[in-house]
Design a protein around this ligand. Structure first.
Ligand SMILES: [Zn+2]
Ligand SMILES: [Zn+2]
Length: 305
């Protein structure tokens, strides 16, 4: 058994209310089940509901044990941790893996400092769970039992990892928060700091970096890809924010021969009606042209691999 359930797919900030019932208002959290094993990607506000389900159902079979992979430490990806209620239950064992951007900030201090009297009524030292932290970079980890995870640096304002989980010939890839790599040097000859060679090298470096992400996603059975903006919004004034357009996500999935694409990290200002309209629009564009199945991520939905 290899499945994934979406507990949160909203970007940047939780957005509860009548306009976000269908696609969900919680920030990112994915529950992955590999046989009896529990893997969680991100501790956004969606992890609260997952934790409560674990304490209702799974705890009957024994203490909660999980590996949590944090894509990056932006607040929308860690804010749910203080309300992940298994941390208050003796016997819970968590291994939290994730990247850090600055060496003097440990993963433990970034996530755990949310549990200090400044922000929260319980301190990290008072938690009942046994929690281990592991800072990771680009790597490949054998998680045992035939499950492997590979990580890849993405393009985001802080260090951010994509995850590729492989089990029994099937693969699930996350590629958020991410935007296309681009040339960091001036490319306009009229620009006073333009340098022809630097511009050419910058182009080549961006192309190579984008190809590496495609290779990382290649052949995925399920790809969860950043798609906060439309191409028009992205090009207008969102370049450099660290998020992709629907068009870029779909093109990348097509090029990488992905089977199923989940459009993820919905903009907090996007209503259910707008997301439905965009979903129909992109489905129409793909129909008859590609094997790729693309859809908007919906909170609460389970995908079997
Ligand atoms: Zn985010
Ligand atoms: Zn982010």
């Amino acid at each position: 058994m290899f499945s994934m359930t979406v507990w949160g797919d909203r970007g940047s900030m939780p957005t509860p209310g009548p306009d976000t019932v269908l696609f969900g208002g919680n920030t990112s959290c994915l529950e992955i089940r590999v046989d009896g094993r529990l893997i969680i990607v991100d501790a956004g506000s969606g992890i609260r509901g997952l934790g409560d389900k674990l304490l209702r159902e799974d705890i009957k079979k024994g203490p909660i044990e999980a590996d949590i992979f944090i894509t990056h430490t932006h607040w929308d990806h860690i804010m749910g941790f203080p309300m992940f209620n298994p941390i208050y239950v003796p016997g819970t064992k968590l291994r939290i893996h994730g990247p850090i951007s600055y060496e003097d900030d440990t993963l433990e201090s970034i996530i755990g400092s949310q549990l200090s009297y400044r922000y929260w009524p319980v301190r990290q030292e008072e938690l009942s769970a046994h929690i281990e932290y592991e800072q990771i970079k680009e790597t490949s980890i054998d998680l045992g039992g035939g499950l492997r995870v590979q990580t890849k640096y993405l393009n985001h304002p802080v260090l951010c990892l994509g995850y590729r989980f492989e089990y029994d010939g099937k693969s699930l890839v996350t590629a958020y928060d991410h935007e296309p790599f681009r040339n960091v040097f001036p490319t306009d000859p009229a620009d006073p700091s333009y340098d022809e060679e630097a511009a050419r090298e910058g182009d080549a470096a961006a192309i190579e970096a984008n190809e590496k992400v495609l290779a990382f996603c290649h052949g995925a059975d399920l790809l969860v890809h950043d798609s906060q903006y439309t191409a028009r919004e992205y090009n207008k004034n969102k370049v450099g924010f660290g998020h992709s357009s629907y068009e870029f996500a779909i093109n990348s999935a097509n090029k990488a021969r992905v089977k199923r694409l989940l459009l993820f990290h919905h903009d907090p200002n996007r209503s259910d009606a707008e997301l439905q309209e965009l979903e129909l629009f992109y489905e129409g564009k793909l129909r008859g042209r590609t094997e790729l199945a693309a859809e908007m991520s919906r909170e609460g939905r389970t995908y079997n691999l």
